[in-house]
Design a protein around this ligand. Structure first.
Ligand code: PMP
Length: 306
């Protein structure tokens, strides 16, 4: 998908030109996928540019690093400030923010502990991840033939670069088969999530989403949607979801920083409800957008002004 590069990237404490933010080919991460990262959005709100749940994203970065025994040589406060500084330095009002921490150049063996932990923050302009039509009309998806990470292999609660080898397989298979996205099942055969987004189902006005134990990333958009739905007195449960529940749902939608709230209109060529975004999806999306645009009060303190 097309993106707009920025001028400056923050790398190991300094802003430098986009083209100069390079690493050595023998950096550990290139060979062994030893990175953890975040995806965050800055919105052009009525009260000026603001980053959505920045501190929670940075906290998840530190959680991911902790799982991989990767000491990040900065504090949460320092990286929160660095994200804001990078957005500001590039003059964006709305953009995507990508902090990444990785094992750099030092030793060539498998053990990452002899390699430095490098940290970079890039920002770029990025529109609707699954296309502009997706948000309005919904997307067609398949259940992937690839299974999500087994819980005793790669920890799904870590947003680690290595997990995205699995996501790439899911995504490429879906595209090759003419779908916008793939939904993976967990190793038990229950619904997990999309290649880069969480999933919600609606049936008879009740909302369900797979639990943490279904090898999902604990999405920050997912957590926000749960709060907004409960505010509307909608029932939300985190529960195991069998594959066929996808076909029987009245409404289905993805959540994630990149996709925001994207309706799903068919699964495996079976229409979800009437094949159009439904009323619950639309209500939640409207409440979400009202916060992001600054139209509604930031009653949960989710927006960090730039
Ligand atoms: N699952 C996966 C695998 C993801 O990559 C993402 C995007 N970070 C999500 C779910 C959604 O998480 P969030 O709402 O925090 O962006």
């Amino acid at each position: 998908m097309a993106f707009t590069p920025s001028k400056l990237i923050w790398m190991n404490g300094k802003l430098m030109p986009w083209d100069e933010a390079r690493i050595h080919v023998l950096s550990h991460v290139v060979h062994y996928g030893s990175s953890v990262f975040e995806g965050i959005r800055c919105y052009d709100t009525r009260r000026g540019p603001a980053v959505f749940r920045l501190r929670e994203h940075v906290r998840r970065l530190f959680d991911s690093a902790k799982i991989y025994r990767m000491p990040i040589p900065y504090s949460v406060d320092q990286l929160v400030a660095a994200c804001l500084e990078t957005v500001k330095a590039n003059g964006f009002r709305a953009c995507y923010i990508r902090p990444v921490a990785f094992r750099g150049y030092g030793d060539v063996g498998l053990n990452p502990q002899g390699c430095p932990v490098d940290v970079a923050i890039a920002v770029w302009g990025w529109g609707a991840y699954l296309g502009s039509e997706a948000l309005e009309r919904g997307v067609d998806v398949q259940v992937s033939s690839w299974t999500r990470l087994a819980p005793n292999t790669l920890p799904a609660m870590a947003k680690a670069g290595a997990n995205y080898a699995n996501s790439q397989l899911i995504k490429m298979e879906a595209l090759a088969n003419g779908f916008a996205e793939g939904i993976a099942l967990d190793t038990q055969g229950y619904v997990s999530e999309g290649s880069g987004e969480n999933l919600f189902l609606v049936r008879d006005g009740k909302i369900a989403t797979p639990p943490l134990g279904a090898s999902i990333l604990p999405g920050i958009t997912r957590a926000s949607v749960i709060v907004l739905a409960r505010e509307m007195a909608l029932e939300v449960s985190e529960e195991r979801v069998p594959r066929e529940a996808l076909y029987l749902a009245d409404e289905l939608f993805f959540t994630g920083t990149a996709v925001e709230i994207t309706p799903v209109r068919s699964v495996d060529r079976i229409e979800v409800g009437p094949g159009r975004p439904g009323p619950v999806t639309k209500r939640i999306d409207a409440a979400f957008r009202a916060i992001l645009s600054g139209e509604a009060d930031d009653r949960h303190g989710w927006l960090e002004p730039v």
